[in-house]
Design a protein around this ligand. Sequence first.
Ligand code: PLP
Length: 417
Amino acid sequence: MSIFEKLESEVRSYSRGWPVVFDRAVGSRLYAEDGTPYLDFFAGAGALNYGHNNPVLKQALLDYIARDGVTHALDMFTVAKRDLLETLEDKILKPRELDYKVIFPGPGGANAVEAALKLARKVTGRESVINFTNAFHGMTLGALSVTGNSMKRSGAGVPLVHATPMPYDQYFDGAYPDFLYFERLLDDSGSGLNEPAAVIVETVQGEGGINAASLEWLRGLSDLCERHNILLIVDDVQMGCGRTGPFFSFEDAGIKPDMVCLSKSIGGYGLPMALTLIKPELDVWEPGEHNGTFRGINPAFVTAAEALRTYWSDDELEKSTRAKGERIGAALQGIVEAYPEANLTAKGRGLARGLEFESGEIAGKVCAAAFERGLLMETSGPDSEVAKMLPPLTLTDAEVGEGLEIIDASVKAVLGK
Ligand code: PLP
């Protein structure tokens, strides 16, 4: 029995589908300790948009450590944090005419979500939050209360309250007009819906099964929030930092959320980091009213700033993400059409793509077949029925082709054709 099986809690999950010991990682590839390479269509669940050990970011990090740059600093002023804030303002916020203040909420995505939910409640004096079917926002109690997945919710041990789920885009396959139920409940004083502080939404639901909301639906949601004086929180933890093409996944919809949660790839190098961006008028917390020890991991600020400078000074990455995403989307559609009897669906936007199968069992077999062929790809969706592709945005065209060939062969191996 390995030390992992002996000592590590049974709660571990990814290591079950990929039962090898990884050692090195470069670009779009991870290597097991015996040297076996794996093409990574998982990318740290979206934390490695710029690839593993990206050479530009690695050099910035090595230089910073070599000169004894501050590593840990709570929320003290540091040179690294100044550089990050200036770069964020210059490269991201100003060009998009976005006016946000920045909260450093703690190291992970759930920290960014907790801060947004707490602040929305504090600002509005209301406790109820609207979330969406199949949403995923993290594993802490606040974030879990606005998460849909029943298996994940069952880990809480206490009632998950103060949240009301509404149907996400296409939940009824277009049978009802968008927001029919939501708006009716808001307008009806007898509906029993408490006046919400906020709506929290993912533009593309990653863990929920790569469900991409239409831009029209997102605009409709933003309008609804404005009409009803509800704060709009976009959780861009997984779909931000260029995953769908633009830096923020909501840019194509032309909306300006009241708060934005960022984590995963914002640190650039896979180091823990998160941000909660808030409209200035929402900046009402007293000094220290929201706090935490690991809010200033300065090496992550260094790689974050370097990533913004390197990849967001022009639109090259955005254009290549869109093009590669289209290519993968078209290839997945080809697979769908090759197996009409299997009822497959191709899903996604940008480089967040999915292939939905009739059951979690089939999707799991396809991911296992892909692993045998040297490709890392996880499942998502309420029944794990979607094979999910989330490669580094920096993967080469040749790697796109290689991944697609493996996916094709894996589907063929499982569906038998
Ligand atoms: N929000 C979204 C949309 C996510 O996809 C995730 C993680 O997958 C989280 C929040 C939680 O982030 P973390 O796991 O870093 O707490």
